[in-house]
Write a protein that binds this ligand. Structure first.
Ligand code: CP
Ligand code: NVA
Length: 298
């Protein structure tokens, strides 16, 4: 039984298989008769908001021949205290796979263990693995192999998105630089455990020097809304803008997982100049989710 719970738990060969398959799936989009989910029903259990992840999985499951059921976790007995393990044991007897967005990583892992159906982490506080697979797919589609390149992440270095980047760096052989204020840097133990070539700094400009990809995410992740005022102070200056891009390689890409908050982690002119890359990245969520689903059921 395969699951996609984190980049941490993935081996390099599986990541490469998904990325290669995403290329084929994108090229055949609209033409393919391949329906590996025919006759299956998948559940999507979401505790947090979503636009891209929800729509790309719903469309992707349908395009692969399956049916999909969206469940707002707050409308389930889960929201009234039913244990995740019991929820998993029930759904595991009724549906063929699950896509879960929630807070705690162990909830997704417990679901996978107790449901005995393929389970996908659609974002937790610990990781956003489907996003980072898409990001790497998009980089490689536009610029070729990511191995040996320099990826610079600017902003909240301790949230799910950079953590998935950290695990990917060691497995795929690129240099990762994270520029974040001291209070929002990833835990040193995590960096040591991930291995790979990773630099953590408070200096955005030094981190951007010669970069091949400049990447950012929101300053205030879902669940951190009560810290908004403090975070806006802490992250002041941790923005992708033209002076920062001027430090990077001439053909550097600018990417954002979205949603974007203009004037915070990225400025408006930069987002609009790089909109084609950023919205291709968003579109690629669909092709990569389909490659993930295909890998899980094969
Ligand atoms: N990037 C991303 O995961 O977007 P959503 O929160 O809209 O799913
Ligand atoms: N770090 C962000 C990612 C949103 C896609 C969050 O968790 O809200």
């Amino acid at each position: 039984m395969k699951h996609l719970l984190s980049i941490e738990a993935m081996d390099t060969a599986s990541i490469e298989t998904i990325l290669e398959n995403a290329t084929v799936i994108k090229a055949q989009h609209g033409d393919s008769q391949h329906q590996p989910l025919a006759g299956q029903t998948w559940a999507m259990i979401f505790t947090k908001s979503s636009t891209r992840t929800r729509v790309s999985f719903e469309v992707g499951i349908r395009e692969l021949g399956g049916s999909v059921m969206f469940l707002n976790a707050n409308d389930m007995q889960l929201g009234r205290g039913e244990p995740i393990a019991d929820t998993a044991r029930v759904l595991g007897r009724m549906v063929h796979g699950a896509v879960i967005r929630t807070y705690t990583q162990s909830d997704v892992e417990d679901f996978a263990e107790h449901s005995a159906i393929p389970t996908i982490n659609a974002l937790t506080d610990a990781e956003h693995p489907c996003q980072i697979l898409t990001d790497i797919f998009t980089y490689q589609e536009l610029r070729g192999p990511i191995a040996g390149k320099v990826v610079t992440y600017i902003g909240d270095g301790a949230c799910n998105v950079p953590i998935s980047w950290i695990w990917a760096a060691g497995k795929l052989g690129f240099e990762l630089r994270i520029a974040a204020p001291k209070a929002h840097q990833p835990c040193p133990d995590l960096i040591a455990k991930a291995g790979g070539n990773i630099v953590v700094t408070e200096d955005c400009h030094a981190a951007a020097e010669g970069a091949d990809l400049l990447y950012t995410d929101v300053w205030v992740s879902m669940g951190k809304e009560s810290e908004t005022a403090q975070r806006e102070q802490d992250f002041d200056g941790y923005q992708i803008n033209q002076p920062l891009i001027d430090r990077a390689n001439a053909d550097a890409l600018v990417m954002h997982c979205l949603p974007a908050y203009r004037g915070k982690e990225i400025d408006e002119p930069t987002l609009e100049t790089h909109a084609n890359t950023i919205f291709t990245q968003a579109e690629n969520r669909l092709h990569t989710q389909k490659a993930i689903l295909n890998w899980l059921v094969n």
